[in-house]
Design a protein around this ligand. Structure first.
Ligand code: GLA
Length: 777
């Protein structure tokens, strides 16, 4: 896994190799990262320096061909000849910005090495080793340790850096990345996952040209603007073929990822804490830990790269009782009632949900203080007795007596000026002395750098958790940080990082002693969907946008970096609250089941057939939940731009589930075919459409063509029929071996207006079908 021979480090996973060496001057020269190589001499792979590039600076006059600028490096400083962007901008004890870290020693450690300040990956199966390399800038007595942890079975290598100051004069860190590496340009494109509120993680790509592209956040969180994870892919890569590198960061604050193509066609990749507003002083004997960066490589295209990330997260990031466990189907009252609810209303919703097969009831915002709208109450976690007259313990017992688990929403990092907490402790909120703070959603951010604030949050949340029967917590965070300032820290350049350290401290203190609680992190949806939060919360609310057509983009984007077991996905009402789009309930479910399924709508006004449909959906989901949440996920490329195809295969290949989604229908749709990947080619399977209902309402005025009598399409009779009667959607059934399934099943015609019978697939705009493929016999 890790070897060292004649100055060369060889790190290998099942299918990848990562090699670098110590140069004659003591720098770490990157040699290779890619598909697994046999041990062999490195000369063929080394960059050749047989001519000095004009204007470049030689590191040492004894070798004028040795210029740091033209080397492929594992780490680089400033001021010694490398003019690309450095991973470290340090004001050194000698007062200069020049740093030059040279190899001193190394050791190999079994397992992963924990950090003192930050969460990181871990290993409980003996499948990893860590290489620790110590470098020194001798004249400044500064030591830099680089850690490489090799997760052999997931084809992942993580990297991070720790800087120590041994000098009696201080060292000021203005930028310290977790990793950097120089790769030879292979015609890369860079893929990022960007967006904003209700449009998180949309995939974007661009060619890697000369210069630098930065993927970063400055909001105080990992952000919905740019997820910290990004990819570098060769230009011809498809979902299943071609070389792709994936990078991500175990961090929830301001991140920074940069890809810089140099004039020598080397591509420098860096990842770490955003240097924006960052400054950290190290006095003698002090150290600074950077968050852990995660790297993977696959020749199996984007799906291959995603598979590595998914395995790594499920095995080495998610921890505690919920690791690898199937997640409950929940109902959340937020989109049903927002702030307007009573205990009676909640219990009725819970009862109806229970009858449909839901397993957990989640009480969202509005249960505490004077929180009847978003102007007041944040900070006061005392139960609103007008809404829940006998308190939370009583209410949670009532829910449990219905046969449901109980979950509760909090937004502990925030305070409304109209709250008892703020009136008593104005100083708990972040603000700059003498300046009126900026507001977001009528709220201020609590100063998590302040230990007293952290104690308040830990005790107020823990009290509720311990007095009631709580199995799940939704931890929300609904605004970006402004006026970054804390009276409790040395310098304000520490603020953003100390805020996140404060958050991790709070989460550790509340949830580590209560491992039975399933934590779902949320930040106005996916504003903090990152590996740092996943170290505490096994799942994250993907987006406030529950429109299934929008979710096709959001969940697909997230799936490049994160497993389906980490994505909260709910069925809500249509027309949708943000897009006004009317979508069939089948599609809302068919998209949500590729994740951790929940429902978030008022069940009261649903007719008999709609409720029956939901009941069947939940039963189906429970039957295949393991495959959906933990199976191997594939994004299947479709030749048609109005189709999205997803699929999951169980670990033992005994079953697969596939979803075919149509966005905007086009007239006269041609044939569709559905490839099912990853099954055993020798095994016979039964392929069947999941039965689903077609509601009369969908046909509107067209219904008159099939009814013997003329009926008002918007009249009482048809409205009533719509609640009581639904038609069955087309079901197809075939027997096929895994090899034929991989080639693709040709599906029945779609409805095009000229013919209709039970063998016609009726998709239209936003229609979809699920298919279940099971081992025959
Ligand atoms: C945020 C969350 C929602 C809901 C509301 C409650 O927007 O993302 O799911 O919890 O807050 O105020």
């Amino acid at each position: 896994m890790i070897s060292f021979h004649e100055g060369v480090f060889r790190l290998s996973t099942n299918t990848t190799s990562y090699w670098f060496r110590i140069t004659r001057f003591g720098h770490l020269e990157h040699i290779y990262y890619g598909a697994l190589l046999k041990d062999q001499p490195i000369e063929g792979l080394l960059l050749k320096h047989t001519a000095m590039v004009g204007t470049s600076v030689a590191y040492d006059q004894s070798d004028t061909l040795y210029s740091l600028d033209t080397l492929s490096l594992e780490w680089s400083g400033i001021g010694r000849g490398d003019y690309r962007h450095s991973p470290a901008e340090l004001k050194m004890p000698d007062g200069s910005f020049t740093s030059d870290f040279l190899y001193r020693s190394h050791r190999v450690i079994d397992g992963a090495v924990e950090m003192e300040t930050l969460p990181c990956s871990y290993d409980d199966s003996g499948e990893c080793k860590t290489l620790e390399i110590s470098l020194e800038d001798e004249s400044n007595a500064a030591v830099l340790q680089l850690y490489y942890t090799v997760y052999e079975n997931c084809d992942v290598i993580t990297r991070r850096a720790v800087l120590r100051n041994g000098n009696e004069k201080p060292l000021v860190i203005r930028r310290l990345m977790s990793m950097m590496v120089d790769l030879p340009n292979r015609g890369f494109k860079m893929i990022t996952f960007d967006g904003g509120w209700i449009k998180e993680a949309h995939r974007h790509e661009r060619p890697v040209e000369y210069g630098m592209y930065v993927n970063s956040s400055t909001t105080g969180a990992s952000s919905n603007r740019h997820n910290p994870g990004f990819l570098l892919a060769e230009s011809h890569v498809s979902e299943d073929c071609g070389s792709v590198y994936g990078f991500n960061l175990v961090y929830s604050g301001n991140h920074y990822g940069a890809v810089e193509r140099s004039n020598q066609d080397l591509v420098r990749v860096q990842l770490g804490i955003n240097p924006h507003c960052f400054e950290w002083t190290l006095n003698q004997g002090e150290k600074f830990e950077t968050p852990e960066a995660v790297m993977t490589f696959s020749t199996g295209g984007y799906n291959g790269m995603s598979r590595n990330f998914h395995d790594f997260i499920n095995r080495h990031i998610v921890r505690g009782d919920w690791k690898g466990k199937e997640r409950p189907v929940l109902i959340n009252n937020w989109e049903a009632y927002f702030f307007k609810f009573t205990q009676g209303k909640l219990l009725r919703l819970a009862r109806r949900a229970r009858r449909l097969g839901v397993e957990m009831f989640v009480l969202d915002d509005g249960w505490f203080g004077k929180r009847n709208n978003d102007n007041a109450g944040l900070g006061d976690y005392n139960v609103n007795r007008k809404k829940l007259p006998r308190g939370m313990a009583h209410f949670s017992q009532r829910i449990e007596r219905l046969g449901l688990k109980f979950g509760l929403w909090f937004e502990p990092e925030m305070v409304n000026p109209d709250s008892d907490l703020y009136r008593a402790h104005e100083e708990y909120a972040i603000s700059i002395p003498g300046k009126k703070p900026v507001m977001g959603r009528n709220q201020l951010v609590l100063d998590l750098c302040n230990p007293e604030v952290r104690d308040y949050i830990v005790s107020s949340v823990s009290n509720i958790l311990d007095e009631s029967r709580i199995s799940y917590v939704k931890w929300d965070m609904n605004r970006h940080i402004g006026d970054a300032y804390s009276a409790c820290i040395g310098g304000q350049g520490e603020f953003f990082h100390r805020y996140i350290l404060g958050l991790y401290d709070i989460l550790t203190r509340i949830f580590r002693p209560r491992p039975h609680i399933l934590l779902e992190s949320c930040s106005s949806g996916g504003n903090r969907f990152d590996l740092g939060m996943l170290c505490f919360s096994p799942q994250v609310w993907s987006s406030d946008d529950t429109d299934p057509v929008e979710r096709l983009k959001i969940q697909a984007g997230l799936s490049y970096l994160y497993p389906l077991s980490s994505m909260g996905a709910h069925v809500s009402s249509a027309p949708h609250q943000q897009t006004l789009r009317e979508t069939p309930i089948s599609t809302r479910f068919n998209v949500s089941c590729f994740g951790c399924l929940g429902y978030e709508l008022d069940l009261k006004y649903l007719g008999y057939v709609q409720k029956r449909e939901i009941k069947r959906q939940i039963a189906f989901y429970k039957e295949h939940r393991k495959t959906f949440q933990y199976g191997r996920f594939y994004r299947i490329e479709s030749p048609k731009s109005n189709k999205v195809v997803w699929q999951c295969v169980s670990d033992d290949k005994s079953e697969a589930v596939a979803g075919l989604f149509q966005t905007i229908a086009s007239a006269g749709e041609g044939y569709d075919y559905l490839p099912v990947k990853g099954l055993d080619p020798e095994t016979a399977y039964r392929f069947q459409t999941k039965p689903q209902s077609l509601f009369i309402k969908r046909f509107g005025d067209l219904i008159k063509h099939v009814f013997p009598i003329e009926l008002n399409p918007d009249g009482l009779i048809l409205r009533t029929v719509n609640k009581l009667y639904a038609m069955a959607d087309c079901v197809e059934e075939y027997e096929a071996h895994g090899d034929m399934l991989a080639a693709g099943i040709r599906l029945n015609n779609q409805f095009i207006g000229s013919h209709f019978n039970d063998k016609v697939r009726l998709l239209g705009d936003f229609g979809s079908n699920l298919y279940i493929i099971k081992k025959a016999g």
